[in-house]
Design a protein around this ligand. Structure first.
Ligand SMILES: [Zn+2]
Length: 281
């Protein structure tokens, strides 16, 4: 049975913290380096529901994608919602470790997991990491469907393959258009439109697309857009990461039990669609 510091060292080898963005807050938020670890829960968001799930499971470690405190704090008072999570974690001897932009840029990373969930074959990164001699690390991925697919069918496939959320999947473009190349970026991807256009892909799958960047991208090129819930585009990484830790655990004979949280922690809870207009001929 490993101790926390051994598990963290293995996770840091997968997603080296120094590869995170400058503004990011990755690494271990709480936990005793000498505490033994038997059960690990992977989740996108380190919110109270996920912490409560870890308590129920008897997990010793939560590995989350999003930071708990991104901009620093001066209080972990249980009177604050983040402080309450910290209190629950420490009272129950549960460690919290965050792999955020270091996991985005990794090989395999968050966007590889998204591509895998959508049945896409990865060709390479959308924004290659200049420090990677193999050319495999970086932000986003350029992919190919195994066989060309229409935008309409691909949008439906995204809705079916990604975990269900209230938002669902929004699609922009001609549903009959055939897609031969698709860029994907798990999480908020509207800062990468220049790179997506430069890649000359037929479609872009990401989350949190805003009106102006999306509208301008559509006006400047025939690029089709698929916008899914932020949580849903990053959730496949949890399964990928759990499988990576399982493999490490097997190799070391650690006997770790890994779990993936299926709680939908996307903030949107309902989707009110406009009523379908009936056409009478
Ligand atoms: Zn995210």
């Amino acid at each position: 049975m490993p101790v926390l510091s051994e598990v963290i060292a293995a996770l840091d080898a997968l997603w080296p913290p120094e590869r995170a963005e400058q503004w990011d807050a990755v690494g271990t938020v709480c936990g005793d380096p000498d505490a033994s670890v038997t059960r690990v829960l992977f989740a996108v968001d380190p919110v109270q529901e996920v912490v409560d799930e870890a308590v129920e499971l008897g997990a010793d470690l939560i590995v989350a994608h999003h930071p708990l405190y991104l901009r620093g704090t001066t209080t972990v008072s249980a009177g604050t919602f983040k402080g309450r999570a910290v209190h629950t974690l420490i009272k129950n001897d549960i460690a919290l470790h965050v792999a955020h932009t270091n996991a985005d840029r990794a090989d395999p990373g968050v966007s590889d997991a998204l591509a895998g969930a959508l049945g896409l074959r990865v060709i390479g990164p959308l924004v290659p990491d200049p420090t990677d001699p193999t050319g495999r690390r970086g932000l986003g991925r350029i992919c190919e469907p195994v066989t060309p697919v229409t935008l309409g069918a691909f949008g439906e496939l995204c809705a079916k393959r990604l975990p269900a959320t209230a938002q669902g999947v929004r699609v922009a473009g001609d549903p009959g258009r055939t897609l031969r190349t698709v860029a994907v970026c798990g999480g908020s991807g509207d800062s990468l439109f220049d790179e997506v256009r430069a890649a000359g892909v037929d479609a872009y799958v990401t989350a949190d697309l805003r009106h102006h960047p999306a509208s301008e991208a559509r006006l400047q090129s025939p690029l089709a857009l698929v916008d899914a819930a932020h949580w849903a585009t990053e959730w496949p990484w949890c399964e990928q990461a759990a499988a990576q830790l399982d493999e490490i655990s097997d190799r070391h004979g650690w006997g770790l039990r890994t779990h993936v949280s299926r709680l939908v922690t996307d903030p949107w809870t309902a989707h009110a669609a406009a009523p379908v207009t009936e056409h009478h001929s």
